[in-house]
Design a protein around this ligand. Structure first.
Ligand SMILES: [Zn+2]
Ligand SMILES: [Zn+2]
Ligand SMILES: [Zn+2]
Length: 339
């Protein structure tokens, strides 16, 4: 079954983020171009992931500075990405082909039979895998789960370093902490809607911190028994150990034909505090961070498209393969107070 998540990207509201009204400098110019998707190519998942990477100022600027890498010739995702970024920047064409990256991706993941030519795939997983391949090309000497290479954009900017643990408030027993790293924070939409109903029942009015709290509650999973069998039912708590600059959330549909789409849209906020999203956040910087929605990848009618906030022109843009449109909306004016 193919139930791709909606991807949701958030950035801090500090310098360079959406929250400021500072005029942009020349270096932040990111011209918008469409990406072709001929009949039978089924490249919309890749085009969406690519538009996200190009429009994320943090990624685009850091990636530009990378020069050396372990090259994989015609299956080199690093080279293919460099090439399409150069075209985004310098080409006079309004629509670019993403074929070189599509083919490098297909060759790289041939053994796993993922992202193969002509076959539709998952945009969030494509995005995650491109990031992991960049790690491989530039910081292969360090392991994925303990990568501390300063130039490794995926791990320095995107990765959330977490551990998961059950702590019993009644008897104090705790399960063994399970450490892990994730590029995308996946949340089930069913769980999201159930939690939204519960939270709205228990309070009179929606509050600014509610969106983060909602996401936290929705990602805690099912109740489980206390590790010392005291009879308490507990939920898994997640603790964030680092301070990622970009938070990506993937909303996963639990069934092929969900009637929750409208409910899910109503639960979404545009502002998020990391301290609300996780049970505990150890770094002060992360605890203080206020994140704003900058992009969204949507899946509708077996097709991916992308909304992204362009910092240079301070407008929301809509990318549907070759088509690029400006979204006449007040989305970026919608603040936490809208909740
Ligand atoms: Zn290369
Ligand atoms: Zn790395
Ligand atoms: Zn207990």
């Amino acid at each position: 079954m193919f139930n791709p998540p909606v991807m949701f990207l958030l950035l801090p509201g500090g310098v360079g983020g959406v929250g400021t009204m500072k005029p942009r400098t020349m270096t932040s110019i990111a011209p918008s171009k469409g990406l072709s998707n001929e009949p039978g190519q089924n490249s919309c998942f890749l085009n969406s992931a690519l538009q996200v990477l190009w429009h994320l100022d943090i990624f685009r600027r850091s990636f530009r500075q990378l020069t050396t890498h372990k090259c994989m010739e015609d299956s080199c995702i690093f080279c293919a990405l460099k090439s399409i970024f150069a075209q985004f920047q310098y080409s006079s064409e309004k629509v670019l082909p993403s074929d070189a990256l599509r083919s490098a991706l297909a060759k790289t993941f041939q053994d796993e039979q993922r992202f193969q030519l002509g076959i539709m795939d998952d945009a969030a997983e494509c995005f995650e895998n491109i990031l992991m391949r960049i790690h491989f090309h530039i910081a292969d000497e360090t392991k994925e789960d303990i990568c501390t290479a300063r130039h490794c954009i995926p791990h320095q900017k995107f990765a959330m370093t977490l551990y998961e643990q059950c702590v019993c408030s009644s008897c104090g027993a705790s399960s063994d902490p399970l450490p892990f790293i994730q590029m995308v924070h996946y949340i089930s939409t069913t769980s999201l809607c159930n939690q939204a109903v519960k939270m709205l029942e228990s309070r009179e009015k929606a509050t600014p911190g509610m969106f983060g709290e909602l996401l936290r509650n929705a990602s805690m999973g099912d109740l489980r028994s206390c590790p010392s069998q005291c009879g308490q039912q507990l939920r898994m708590a997640r603790v964030l150990l680092n301070s990622p600059e970009i938070i990506t959330i993937g909303l996963v549909w639990d069934s092929d034909h969900s009637d929750l789409a409208e409910d899910v849209i109503h639960t979404l906020g545009t502002c998020l505090h990391l301290g609300d999203l996780f049970y505990r956040v150890t770094e002060e910087k992360a605890r203080q961070a206020e994140l704003y929605l900058v992009g969204m990848v949507c899946y509708y009618g077996k097709h991916y498209s992308t909304f992204f906030f362009q910092t240079k022109i301070r407008r929301w843009m809509y990318f549907d393969d070759a088509h690029v449109k400006e979204v006449y909306s007040v989305m970026h004016d919608v603040t936490c107070s809208a909740w």
